[in-house]
Design a protein around this ligand. Sequence first.
Ligand code: HSE
Length: 425
Amino acid sequence: MEKRLKIGLLGLGVVGSGVAKVIAQNSTKILSATGIKLEVAKALVRIGEDKKTIAAEHGFSLVHDIKDITDDPEIDIVVEVMGKIEPAKSFILAALNSGKHVVSANKDLIAQHGNELVATAQENGCYFYYEASVAGGIPILRTLVNSFLADEITEVFGIVNGTTNYMLTQMLENNLSYEVSLQQAQKLGFAESDPTNDVDGIDAAYKAVILTRFAFHQDLGMKDFAVTGIRGMDLADLKLAQQLGYEVKLIAQTKNSANGVYADVAPKLVPKRHPLASIYNELNGVFIKSYGIGKSMFYGPGAGSIPTATSVVNDLAVIAQRTAEKLPVAPFTDYKAQVNLQNKEDVTGRFYLALKADTKQQQTQIATIFSEINLAVELVEQKQTDDFRFVYLTQNISLEKRDEVVTALADVDVKVTQMMEILEG
Ligand code: HSE
């Protein structure tokens, strides 16, 4: 009889039910490639959750107590697709401490508590894989591990949040407000149950933390990222950016130079000729600059049941393959290199700066501030409705100088309604 690896699923929501389907569809292919059959044996669900139909369809049992999985000697691998920190973290630690391999899609948990989980996996001689935690269906983490071994990455940036990319696309295409586009993203299941993390850039930052570990082997944390989201984004800015030859995208970016690493998440103006500009709706794209390959981009669905589940099941297939080949258990990647952060004054960029003033006279005050700070700008829009709107593109300035401009404008009661960096290809 063929060898089997039995799986305990933690969570049977959008991704969990996708995992059951993808295993059912691909277990024969995985069996012929590895000689091992993947089989979901049990799924942990909350009491009262009605999951009998899917359990019967795929022939697994439903349990309500984690011990029914972690204490079951027949279960080889635990798949965690519950999301959030607790109880997912305790459940994963219990599984690893019971000698079970773990596959997870939980970016919040891995970005914030990855070190503890990785150490526990190593202590117990278990695999801990989490390809689906970044950019859903794009196989980016394993690509960074396997295909950049002979290369040195200098920059990783991209669109890694499907919800906000969907919103920015829909606002422009269908003339929608921020609020309506968010409701649509929630309805389609792209957004988190509480979409705060999506719209405030936190979800993208979690993914960028993980990407940075794989790209630069440095353990940057959330505290090292400057994070701005798209909350309250004005359609007028998206339209003007388009007229100027740009698409606004929420970009997660990490640059590594001789001066250290700079990491941020923010809405940025992406030139239309840049491949990231043509990534629409819930699709994600990760752009890599490296010495050897040069520029490369990895593109695909960043959210959704089957794409994310396919990444999860691929992790399972890799465990099956390595088990069949009797290879030693090894960590997904290592990220023990010294963290070396860049100083703010060494980081520069050009900015799109939208201002709101109550009176026309404030335009003179704005001009005086620019001249005192020695900032060259190009005025690209000037409009009067109830108040006055002025939009400028700045010259290349340091982040320190950018902050100085914002403070000086606030001192004369001019509101910065939007400030976005212009992405250099
Ligand atoms: N809310 C996330 C997104 C789901 O929109 O990208 C996938 O991580």
